[in-house]
Design a protein around this ligand. Structure first.
Ligand SMILES: [Zn+2]
Length: 385
């Protein structure tokens, strides 16, 4: 009997998560539409939405006309955006970003701090100070959880980070954060977190299978298959990263120990190094001035990324690839070249097209991704357990 009771509670929790997930995916939705999509009974939907309204997580928005083309008017509901805030923290190799993120993925009060190469203890001290002052400056805002996207190998389940790039030791970052902030903490690789951000707040809410690629100092990726962010049952991390696919078998050595990895040629740092430039702004200015060497090189980089994506798409035929980072702009030739190469060379893509698009999450993509980890953990943990 005890077990039955436990299962009933779990089913109830899962149903609540399912209903809330529909509200995250649709800007406004009626009870009838939720019932159609979740296959839950109207009575169950009524009970759950009553509870969610009592918890102030959702609000009614008036009548929706022509819902699902039926012509009947229905009461719409949406997330009560500011009813819940999480702290989103993105840690890349030289930059720490912090922001408050509401249920609709809107970022408020973003802060960014660049830091030089530091020993691990000094970095943790910096993180401690910045988080402390961020929280102290906002006493009126109650945060439900903290989500952290961080470079390196990360075990989402244990919250352990391996900072192999920086030569830092392994650390139980989630536990460290909870002790210092008093908040439940969710930690994952920052680009994998961005993929979850695309699923919860970006243009991939309705796409079941997609790859999120971020071109920055390195090139990272996050894969969503069947609506689920891929994390290996073997290593508890995701894929190692698209940037370490072999592009030239005997090419330049990479920090990862491999040779000829894609990110040694196609990341922001590799492009700047090849062209002898110091900043991405300088690269963009030279491209806008149509300096031939820059134009030709960016086209070549697009083709390199396209060729690596062909191998990946022939193996994992996702519907969409979302590219983030300052180089993923339609103003630049990268996306166009990637589309061309992928279409020319991938038989899978010629059979069923793959959309290649720039991310719409903007400059705060890292903070939004980190926040998505926390929102997902707090509200949909039971669906992923
Ligand atoms: Zn590598």
């Amino acid at each position: 009997m005890k077990k039955l009771g436990h299962n009933t509670a779990r089913t109830k929790q899962m149903n609540r998560s399912l209903v809330l997930q529909m509200l995250f995916r649709h800007s406004s939705i009626s009870r009838h539409e939720i019932a159609e999509l979740t296959k839950l009974t109207p009575a169950t939907i009524t009970n759950i939405t009553r509870e969610l309204m009592a918890d102030r997580l959702i609000v009614e928005t008036g009548s929706l006309s022509n819902a699902f083309g039926t012509g009947r008017r229905r009461i719409g509901m949406e997330l009560n955006a500011d009813a819940c805030w999480v702290l989103g923290v993105n840690i890349s190799r030289r930059r720490l970003e912090i922001g408050s993120v509401n249920m609709k993925g809107i970022v408020e009060d973003p802060e960014s701090h660049d830091f030089p190469p530091l020993p691990e203890e000094q970095f943790l001290q910096l993180l401690h100070e910045r988080l402390g002052s961020y929280l102290a400056d906002r006493p009126g805002r109650s945060f439900r959880a903290i989500g952290v996207g961080v470079f390196g190998f990360v075990s989402f389940r244990t919250g352990e980070v391996n900072w192999i790039h920086s030569g830092w030791s392994d650390i139980q970052l989630a536990a460290w954060l909870t002790v210092r902030t008093g908040l439940p903490a969710y930690v994952d690789n920052n680009v994998r977190a961005m993929a979850l951000g695309e699923k919860m707040y970006g243009e991939c809410k309705d796409v079941t299978d997609f790859l999120s690629v971020f071109i920055g100092t390195g090139i990272g990726s996050g894969l969503v298959v069947n609506d689920t962010l891929f994390r290996s049952g073997y290593t508890e991390t995701g894929e190692f990263g698209f940037g370490h696919m072999t592009y030239l078998p005997d090419g330049n050595p990479c920090w990862c120990g491999g040779r000829g990895c894609l990110e040694r040629y196609a990341s922001e740092s590799a492009i700047l190094e090849t062209l002898g430039l110091s900043h991405v702004e300088e690269l963009l200015a030279k491209y806008r001035a149509r300096e031939p060497q820059v134009v030709v090189h960016l086209q070549e980089v697009g083709r390199m990324i396209g060729k690596a994506l062909v191998s990946l798409l022939n193996m994992l035929h996702v519907k969409r690839i979302v590219v983030g980072g300052r180089l993923a702009s339609e103003e630049l030739p990268l996306l166009g070249e990637i589309r061309k190469v992928v279409h020319e060379r991938s038989v899978a893509v010629r059979r069923s097209p793959v959309e290649i698009a720039a991310s719409t999450l903007g400059r705060e993509i890292g903070v939004i991704g980190a926040a998505a980890l926390a929102m997902n953990g707090e509200f949909f943990g039971s669906l992923n357990a």
